[in-house]
Design a protein around this ligand. Structure first.
Ligand code: LMR
Length: 397
């Protein structure tokens, strides 16, 4: 009866994390999932989160359901952290979701229900789970050229060539900042070009906002979205608070919609609600309660924001050291790593080389060559640099 069910391959990120856990070597290094790791190799809980949890534990009196759309104060935070300048004539609302994946999944439900012939345009490459999420709702996926590995930069000309094949009303997914997996974002001019293309081809933009705060800062990192809002473009934003609050396993995110039409807002949000109800009923409360506690307390908010900047400083410092050490050791220019943003960098290593790094050297990175830069520290850097040098040297023989 179940013979038709095929065994599927392991998840390219979580599957590797499982393999890493099972690896008995003591010198193994995990550069797989995008999580912040401190210089001692720990994935820390923010002090602001711990303090908020103490407050919550002492005050909580019930575990009653949240509304389908989630906590009101948390939703206000989600919207305010995007529409920071209170752009006028804009109607906005957000639904609290189980993580950024939950937000994207509600968006996928909305597209498949209301725009069945629309395609979703994803960057090539992108976070692998984008493909899973939109194809799970039977949405036709197309990809636009993004990153040229031979120059380690974006190629807008090729991107436009692809978008020429789009049709009005198609959706396009853009990464707000800290592109996953390349770490390479549109510069200011390219952002304007993308805005012009979205308008020219009548596309509906959706932003994946999973790394807000890991480039220039929490308020600064939404510049790309602001350009669209300031131009009156209706858009969706799928936010994740896994990384910027370190709440990975609390599954906390939000899907926001911005429009100039109040009726449109009402109908879209009612659809969010109905899709959420059928997919997961209502969201888990712990993550949003933590965030609303931090948001409502000036001292905790300041503490959280300082902690986030500290993490950013550490990651950027490691980027620079890693790029310099690799350039010195391999005798090739790796300075492009310094210009990349956020948690990730895509390394020019063959699939075979990546397998050898894992099997021989105990260094786990994704099969795409993506590393989590936050996984680098002064204590593992030389093992990583030496191993990469070894692999690249072999490849060039
Ligand atoms: C990642 O890309 O490593 C993270 O977003 C974790 C995940 O869910 O894949």
């Amino acid at each position: 009866m179940f013979k038709s069910i095929k065994t599927l391959p392991i998840d390219p990120i979580f599957g590797l994390m499982d393999l890493f856990k099972k690896d008995a070597r003591t010198n193994k290094i995990n550069l797989t999932a995008g999580v912040y790791v401190d210089d001692k190799g720990k994935i820390p809980i923010f002090e602001a989160v711990k303090q908020a949890e103490n407050i919550i534990l002492s005050q909580q009196t019930s575990k009653n359901y949240l509304p389908i759309c989630g906590d009101e104060i948390f939703r206000e935070f989600a919207l305010k952290s995007i529409n920071t300048t209170d752009i006028k004539a804009l109607y906005q609302d957000a639904i609290q979701t189980p993580g950024g994946t939950g937000a994207l999944s509600v968006l996928a439900g909305l597209i498949s229900k209301n725009f069945p012939s629309a395609s979703m345009w994803l960057s090539d490459p992108t976070w692998q789970n984008h493909h899973n999420i939109f194809s799970a709702d039977n949405i036709n996926i197309k990809t636009y050229y993004y990153f040229d590995p031979s120059t380690n930069s974006i190629n807008i000309g090729k991107l436009e060539n692809d978008l020429r094949h789009s049709k009005p009303g198609d959706f396009i997914l853009l990464h707000t900042s800290c592109h996953n997996p390349t770490g390479t974002d549109f510069n200011d001019i390219e952002q304007n070009e993308v805005l012009a293309l979205v308008n020219k081809y009548n596309l509906i933009p959706a932003f994946d906002n999973a790394y807000q705060g890991f480039d220039a800062g929490f308020s600064e990192d939404i510049k790309f979205i602001h350009k669209f809002l300031a131009n009156g473009v209706k858009l969706f934003v799928a936010s994740s608070y896994s990384k910027n609050f370190g709440l990975y396993n609390e599954r906390i995110g939000a899907l926001s919609f911005f429009t100039d039409n109040q009726n449109e807002l009402r109908s879209v949000v009612s659809n969010f609600s109905s899709i959420a109800r059928s997919k997961y009923s209502n969201p888990p409360a712990h993550g949003s309660t933590i965030i609303k506690t931090i948001y409502s307390d000036r001292k905790l908010f300041k503490l959280w924001s300082n902690e986030l900047s500290f993490m950013n400083t550490r990651i950027n410092g490691m980027r620079i050291t890693f790029a310099d050490e690799l350039t010195k050791k391999v005798k090739r220019d790796f300075s492009f790593i310094k210009n990349q943003k956020g948690l990730f960098s895509l390394l020019p290593i063959s699939r075979d080389g990546i397998t050898k790094l894992r099997d021989i050297h105990g260094i786990y990175l994704l099969d795409s060559g993506r590393i989590n830069v936050a996984g680098l520290s002064m204590s593992n850097l030389s093992q990583i640099v030496n191993s990469i040098q070894h692999i690249l040297q072999e490849e060039n023989l």
